[in-house]
Each structure stands twice: as C-alpha cells, then as structure tokens.
Design a protein around this ligand. Structure first.
Ligand code: NAD
Length: 251
C-alpha cells in the first residue's frame, strides 16, 4: 500500500466492492489509510479484493451483503462496528444493468433494477446514518450514473433507478447538512467493468462515438473522485453531483 493517508483512521463501508468500481474504491481507500468493509454478494471475488488489500499492508474485512435486504444491512453495520468500532464513510456502489426499452422491459426486470439500484441505496443510507452522524464528520457517496441525469434509449429501468439515486442524494444531503454528514453523488459515464458486458453492441458503439475524450474510463478514475469527496479536502461539498465521464454529459 502507498504511504498516503488522506483517509487515515477512517472506516469505509463499500457496497458492491467485489468487482469493478467498488473493488477500485476498496483498494484506493485502503491505500489511503482507511479500514475498509468490502460488502457484496460475491464472496469469492470479495475475498480476492480482501487478499490484495491485506497483502499490500492495508486493513479490510469482507461481509456478505445483499443490498436489497434491510436485515442484512443492519447486521453488516453491526459487524463493521464490531471490527472497527465506528463508521465514517458509506459508498453505495452496488448496482446492476440490463438493456430494455419501454416495449422490451418486463415488470420483473423493472422491479429487480429498482430493488438493487435504488432501494439498495435508500436502505444503505438508512442503516448507516446513525453511526455516521456520531462521527460528526462523515461522508456518503452514492454511485449514480450519467444515465441518472440524461435519458438514453433502451434502458428505461436503469435510467429511472439512477435518477432516483441522484435526487435521493440531494434530499438526504439537505437533511444532514448541519448534522456532520456530507452526501454527494457520482455519475460515471462508460467505465470498463463487467457491467458493460450487458450493453447491446449498438449501445456500446453509440456510447464510444459520443465520448468527447475518445475513450472509456477506468474504475480507479471513479474511485479517486470518491476519495476526494470522502476526504477532509471536500469539507464544504454536499448535495453535489460530479460527472466522471470524459466530457460525455457536457454536450
Ligand atoms: P460490476 O458488475 O463490476 O460491479 C457491481 C457489483 O455490485 C458486483 O460486485 C456485484 O456483485 C454487486 N452487486 C450486485 N447486486 C448486488 C446486491 N444485491 N447486493 C450487493 N452487491 C450486489 O459493475 P460496476 O461497473 O463496477 O458498477 C458499480 C456501480 O457503478 C453500479 O451502481 C453501476 O450502475 C455504476 N455505474 C457503472 C458504469 C460503468 O460504465 N461501468 C457507469 C455508470 C454507473
């Protein structure tokens, strides 16, 4: 691990941390001195992330968490407290994508995306907020999407779920602005992770043509944005949305 310490002694719970953007958060945060709770339904991949962190001298634990389950969230927070005694940071990152326009998407598909992407964020903030408030200097980052700000054809459920995360972030930020918890959202564009394997080839090439910087992003480029938001450097930032998208949302 690096010798940096922008999150020294902070405890960070990261949902969906077994893969992609969440795994990058876990590694970057641990390298900056945070004690990391890797929370995910994928035990094997979560253990790989855990091993990478501990082998580099960082501190982390893995907890099996299904973000759609209120009881699982409550026991996850209890386990985190048992391990590290407090909670300073929550990254609500777990999410899924499947393509589906108005005529193709099913009621079941809609519900599944809403449960994981939107209810999961609500339950996460709800389960963690009491402990976060206790620190007096806490931070939540909700991973929304550029698709939470602008519409896209062929992914109506995903669009709506991420727009919900966008406004849930602002609503909660206003509630806790004077209570020591800053709450912001990040809106990635196209980032190279397993989730984009679910794009149709047409969606994938349309996206690539639209990115002004001419390339997709790396998971670490999202994690470093969260690192800033969760550090004391961002002490006056709450209720904000930050696009990490190579300029895609600017046009
Ligand atoms: P990913 O598939 O690599 O990672 C998602 C993680 O969420 C996986 O580890 C998965 O096991 C976990 N997860 C799924 N359902 C879960 C559940 N019920 N409970 C707990 N964990 C669960 O994808 P990613 O690209 O790293 O996605 C991370 C977040 O970033 C998602 O919210 C996604 O919508 C968002 N995002 C990604 C992109 C992109 O282009 N990759 C763009 C915009 C937003």
């Amino acid at each position: 691990m690096g010798t940096n310490s922008r999150l020294k002694d902070k405890v960070a719970l990261i949902s969906g941390a077994a893969s992609g953007i969440g795994a990058a958060h876990a590694k970057v945060f641990a390298s900056e001195g945070a004690k990391v709770v890797i929370a995910d339904i994928q035990e094997d991949k979560g253990s790989e992330v855990l091993n990478t962190i501990t082998e580099s001298g960082g501190e982390a634990i893995f907890i099996n968490l299904d973000v759609t389950d209120k009881n699982a969230w409550n026991s996850c927070v209890m386990e985190a407290l048992k391990a590290y005694g407090k909670l300073d940071i929550l990254i609500n990152n777990a999410g899924i994508f499947h393509p589906g326009g108005l005529e193709e998407e099913t009621e079941e598909g809609w519900q599944k995306i809403m449960d994981i992407n939107l209810k999961g964020v609500f339950l996460g903030m709800k389960a963690c907020i009491k402990e976060l408030k206790k620190t007096g200097n806490a931070s939540i980052v909700n991973i929304s999407s550029l698709y939470g700000i602008k519409g896209a054809p062929g992914s109506i459920s995903y669009n709506v779920s991420k727009a919900g995360v966008h406004l849930a972030t602002k609503a909660a930020a206003l509630e806790y602005a004077r209570l020591g918890v800053r709450i912001n959202s990040i809106h990635p564009g196209q980032i190279i992770t397993p989730i984009i394997a679910n794009l149709t080839p047409e969606q994938d090439s349309a996206i690539k043509e639209s990115i002004p910087m001419g390339r997709s992003g790396q998971p670490e480029e999202v994690a470093y944005t969260s690192l800033f938001l969760c550090s004391d450097e961002a002490s006056y930032i709450t209720g904000a949305q930050i696009l990490v998208d190579g300029g895609w949302g600017a046009g």
